[in-house]
Design a protein around this ligand. Structure first.
Ligand code: SF4
Ligand code: SF4
Length: 426
């Protein structure tokens, strides 16, 4: 691949044609839209809470209008499984589309690209200083954005103004911002080529139909060796040497080669997106995609089932240690229980309580018979069961029956086992 004088002449003299919209423009639009979502989610309020926030002190995950307690980790596990399966499926189908079009490292790297001299230019101190200042600002905002997923923005800014962010939020913000600054100022795309574990997975995940950025070796004669594609590559590789681990599929080389091909009046896509490689065939359905598609569907079903089947109210019931079961004078047997109710919904609920004593002919009175709970309220109370009727002395298995009515929402029923103790007659 050498530059001939004739070809170089064509580059200078070729009539300009209308340029297609560059991949860089599309990437900026995609990255900008995703940045808006990531920055905006903590500010979006759903049901009085951030759309997505992990409240560590309260042990709750707030996600799109629902609040999940620590013991509902299965929902998070199902969501993690779904995201992992989807991520792998997208990688097998579209190659490193994540790296070039979604990864925060790529987005922040582009935003702070002023720290690097433009291709073919020497480092300029003023530009470098401006780049470092911009990098510091971007690092501080990106790190604060991460903290907002733990401390809601109104609370964050209130505590920031009062100087009470503390070591958790304040320290986390400072450390994250510092690490980000070092990464963006000095590591940048070297991270992708050396440290990023996802890059290392590429060899295993990509197959001969995955979408990749590649150089069309069948058209070697069209390359005028201008090195435009090499100069713009953020990871410093030459795509003409084949698919490489360092390639983040940013398509900068495609954009760089496209005007060259137009000027020399050659067909476009000497470098381009290809399925598997130049001449490859697009094939969506193949063993890997079918397996990962099935896993994604299964994970989605699991997540849907986990969310739909979750209890609106958590119930914990146990014998009240401070109350000994006893017989009342009128032949009633009295038991007391320690009951904890937690309203996990964003609406007020009414909880109706009943006891199935499991004793034929027994008449049960329960106090209280119902409890109203405010959104998110946790209530601890003594539940007193009075059982009248034939019952042999001993321990009997009973069931606490709860019916939860959510305001304007569904009704849920559940039962929890407990032990009813009938003391010996005096
Ligand atoms: S080879 Fe092309 S697509 Fe790959 S990182 Fe370099 S410029 Fe981006
Ligand atoms: S930009 Fe195109 S023509 Fe220039 S060296 Fe790269 S592949 Fe060859």
């Amino acid at each position: 691949m050498t530059t001939s004088a004739a070809e170089a002449g064509k580059v200078r003299a070729g009539p300009p044609e209308r340029a297609p919209v560059s991949f860089r423009t599309w990437r900026w639009l995609a990255l900008g839209a995703q940045a808006l979502v990531v920055l905006g989610l903590p500010f979006l309020r759903v049901g009085g809470e951030s759309a997505l926030r992990l409240d560590i002190p309260a042990g709750k995950l707030h996600a799109f209008g629902a609040s999940f307690a620590v013991d509902e980790a299965f929902v998070v596990l199902a969501a993690t499984l779904l995201l992992t399966a989807l991520f792998l499926l997208v990688t097998v189908l579209f190659g490193r589309v994540w790296c070039g079009w979604s990864c925060p490292q790529t987005l922040l790297g582009e935003l702070t690209s002023l720290v690097e001299p433009p291709p073919g230019h020497r480092r300029r101190p003023l530009r470098r200083a401006a780049g470092l200042a911009l990098t510091a600002l971007v690092s501080a905002v990106a790190a604060a954005n991460l903290v907002w997923y733990f401390v809601a923005p109104p609370e964050f800014f209130g505590r920031l103004a009062a100087g009470t962010l503390g070591p958790g939020a304040g320290g986390g913000w400072a450390i994250t911002a510092g690490l980000l600054f070092l990464d963006l100022a000095f590591v940048r795309q070297t991270f992708c080529a050396t440290v990023c574990p996802y890059a290392k997975l590429q060899g295993v995940l990509l197959d001969r139909h995955s979408l990749v950025v590649a150089y069309d070796h069948r058209r070697d004669a069209d390359c005028i060796d201008c090195l435009a594609c090499v100069r713009v590559c953020p990871t410093g590789i030459d795509i003409r040497e084949g698919l490489q681990l360092e390639c983040i599929a940013c398509a900068a080389c495609v954009d760089a080669c496209e005007p060259v091909m137009r000027r020399v009046k050659r067909a476009p896509n000497l470098i381009g997106y290809f399925h598997g490689g130049p001449g490859g065939r697009r094939r969506w359905l193949r063993p890997a995609t079918l397996a990962l598609g099935g896993l994604t569907a299964l994970a989605l079903a699991l997540l849907t089932g986990a969310v739909a089947g979750r209890a609106l109210v958590a119930v914990t019931v146990s014998a009240d240690a401070a109350f000994s079961p006893r017989r009342a004078g009128d032949a009633n047997v009295i038991n007391a229980f320690d009951l904890v109710l937690e309203n996990r919904s964003r609406a007020g609920v009414e909880v109706a309580l009943d006891l199935d004593a499991g004793l034929p002919g027994a008449v049960v009175t329960l106090r209280p018979g119902s409890v109203s709970l405010a959104p998110g309220e946790i209530r601890r109370l003594r539940l007193v069961a009075s059982v009248r009727g034939p019952a042999a002395a001993g321990t009997h298995r009973a069931e606490l029956l709860t019916v939860v009515h959510a305001a304007g929402g569904p009704t849920q029923r559940r039962s929890d086992p407990l032990s009813l103790i009938v003391p010996e007659p005096p």
